[in-house]
Design a protein around this ligand. Structure first.
Ligand code: UDX
Length: 446
């Protein structure tokens, strides 16, 4: 099939590359000429495991192309994915200007039947607005051409996006028309060969499903984070509690990890947007409102612990900070809890020596004006002359560090463990003061 993705960001690029992998001919369009040049020169603008290989294989096979040429891109695809950004506007609602401008571009140029697929996360009712925008352009041209608008939200996890696309848990297709449904079924058939994972529903339910999923997951995390704070007060260990409740199949083990707060491009934005939708419909989402508040507080929990240990004035202190990306296996810094921690430490006069396996150049762009921040080539380089180590992102390489080195290089053997990577009992034996999330503080054995 001939496919075009309008928007070659994270979602558009992964979608385009994975569809090309199954034999489709895909053109990825973007307004950003620099990004398209980079892709055409063999580069990949984001860090995503496995993406590089899929892109280069399919470019070499002539099935995947990158362009800024809007006319050519729209004429190429019978299926046009809209995968442009939907950043939060000032009031928290999703800003649809890029989605609607993509729709207008399609309406201005299409000459034959198209299936227009909303892939970006968009509020309920957006498909109707996309349809209206295309209709308006066609009416102006005086050319009645058939088209369908379908909602097909993505559920890709950064760092596992290729795997998620190739072996999806589910594919949601919101469609009110048979021809488009058939085409979407055919497009996704190779991804659901073992058993059918494609669910067809009405457009509005599909649009809503995406928000509901992210809101549910964000709620789970925030609730665990709050339980963790209380666990510390009452002397319970949230890790044991997690295992205790996760064993109930109705709860399950996944997404139950207390930590330094959630970040990324999806949860914060989608939670805000759904809260906003609730308000617009006079149906306030009390629980979700609290989720957002709890997460803002959670991003400061590590700072609170540092301040409780070292005092409000941190001038003259230096902290080694491991992990900048909002989660492992990505260089994405959007809404990363590390940003809050670094700003707060810097504000109190501390120096921060940061290390991340892949996100340092992204982080440097955002932190260039923050006083006292430096970046280290290796994790252990951050330790020397630092007063404590703060771990924020659970990269695998931080799971079993050289504890003797941590102990000998830090001015004081103090670790703030924002992702509960280390066992309090082990740290106690090692003689390292350990501040975890929801597990209390372990002072070393005297
Ligand atoms: C998420 C959804 O999982 C995906 O389906 C959707 O399409 C986009 O949003 P992503 O943003 O890549 O994907 O990250 P995810 O792995 O879901 O993690 C989100 C945040 O929650 C991270 O900051 C992570 O550190 C945090 N998290 C996750 C926890 O704090 N505890 C957990 O138990 C799980």
């Amino acid at each position: 099939m001939k496919v075009t993705t309008i928007g070659t960001g994270y979602v558009g690029l992964v979608t385009g590359a994975c569809l090309a992998e199954m034999g489709n001919h895909v053109v990825c369009l973007d307004v950003n000429a620099e990004k398209i040049k980079m892709l055409n020169d063999g580069g990949i603008p984001i860090h995503e495991p496995g993406l590089d290989a899929v892109v280069s294989r399919n470019v070499a096979a002539g099935r995947l192309q990158f362009t800024t040429d809007v006319d050519a891109a729209i004429s190429h695809g019978t299926i046009l994915f809209i995968a442009v950004g939907t950043p939060p506007g000032e009031d928290g609602s999703a800003d649809l200007q890029y989605v609607l401008s993509a729709a207008r571009s399609i309406g201005q140029r299409m000459t034959d039947y198209k299936v227009v697929v909303d892939k970006s996360t968009v509020p309920v009712g957006t498909a109707d607005r996309v349809r209206a925008a295309i209709d308006a352009e066609l009416a102006q041209r005086g050319t009645p051409i058939g088209f369908s608008v379908v909602s097909n939200p993505e559920f890709l996890k950064e760092g596992a996006a290729i795997e998620d696309f190739m072996k999806p848990d589910r594919i949601i297709v919101g469609s009110d028309d048979d021809q488009a449904t058939l085409m979407m079924r055919a497009l996704y058939a190779p991804f659901t060969r073992s058993h059918d994972r494609l669910m067809v529903m009405d457009v509005r339910s599909a649009e809503f499903t995406k928000y509901a999923a992210n809101a549910m997951l964000a709620t789970r995390i925030s609730f665990m984070n709050e339980l963790a704070l209380l666990a510390e007060q009452v002397g319970a260990d949230i890790e044991l509690v997690r295992r205790g409740i996760g064993s109930d199949p109705r709860i399950g083990y996944q997404f139950l990890y207390a930590g330094a707060g959630y970040g990324g491009s999806c949860f914060p934005k989608d939670v805000k947007a759904l809260v906003r939708t609730g308000r617009e419909h006079d149906q306030p989402l009390h629980v979700l409102n609290a989720v957002e508040e709890a997460n803002e507080r959670q991003k400061r929990v590590l700072v609170d612990k540092v301040v409780a240990r070292f005092g409000e004035d941190l001038s003259g202190k230096r902290f080694a900070l491991w992990g900048l990306a909002f989660k492992p296996n990505t260089d994405d810094m959007r809404e990363a809890p590390s940003l809050v921690v670094i700003h707060e430490l810097s504000k109190r006069g501390a120096a921060v020596a940061a290390y991340d396996p892949v996100a340092m150049s992204e982080a440097a762009k955002l932190l260039s004006h923050v006083p006292g921040v430096s970046f280290c080539e290796r994790a252990d380089h951050a330790l020397a002359n630092s007063d404590a180590l703060i771990v924020i992102t659970e990269w695998k390489e931080f799971r079993t560090p050289d504890f003797d080195r941590i102990k000998s290089e830090l001015n004081q053997a103090v670790v703030f463990d924002g992702r509960n990577l280390y066992e309090p009992a082990t740290m106690k034996l090692l003689g390292i003061e350990h501040h975890a999330i929801g597990r209390g503080t372990t002072a070393p054995t005297a």
